[in-house]
Ligand binder design. Structure first.
Ligand SMILES: [Fe+2]
Length: 137
């Protein structure tokens, strides 16, 4: 089932919400590629995109939380660090094992579950400080 964007995921910071929607699209694309059989060939490209997009997104979101003195700032950094280690281990597997159906499915399962859970548990704390960010801009 594709992940559909809804208000429950909104942080109130437009740029962060936009980035999260792009990540939803990327995860949904992975699901589609598993279904139509094109994902394995695309894995190197998918991994490169995810790595660079996730890194930029984490940096931006951490900056917003820190500027807004959000209560979840440290918890968010910790969670990002952990997920980032997961991204690097997927990259390592890709280099060592080459692209495979199993790797594709594992990447999809881990990233789709993590993204939704992380946004709902941690990123939504941005709502409480989103107004501060707007005022500071
Ligand atoms: Fe986050």
């Amino acid at each position: 089932m594709p992940i559909t964007w809804s208000d429950q995921y909104a942080t109130g910071v437009p740029q962060v919400d936009h980035q999260h929607q792009t990540l939803f699209d990327a995860v949904n694309k992975l699901e589609q590629q598993i279904a139509d059989g094109t994902g394995v060939a695309e894995l190197p490209e998918t991994m490169a995109f995810l790595k660079s997009y996730v890194q930029n997104h984490f940096t931006y979101e951490e900056m917003c939380m820190s500027r807004g003195q959000c209560a979840a700032t440290e918890a968010n950094k910790e969670a990002h660090k952990k997920f980032w280690e997961g991204v690097l281990s997927f990259e390592k597997r890709l280099q060592q094992e080459g692209p495979s159906e199993q790797l594709l499915v594992d990447l999809y399962n881990v990233s789709s579950k993590w993204l939704v859970g992380h946004i709902c548990k941690i990123d939504v704390h941005l709502r409480a400080c989103a107004a501060k960010l707007t005022n500071a801009a």
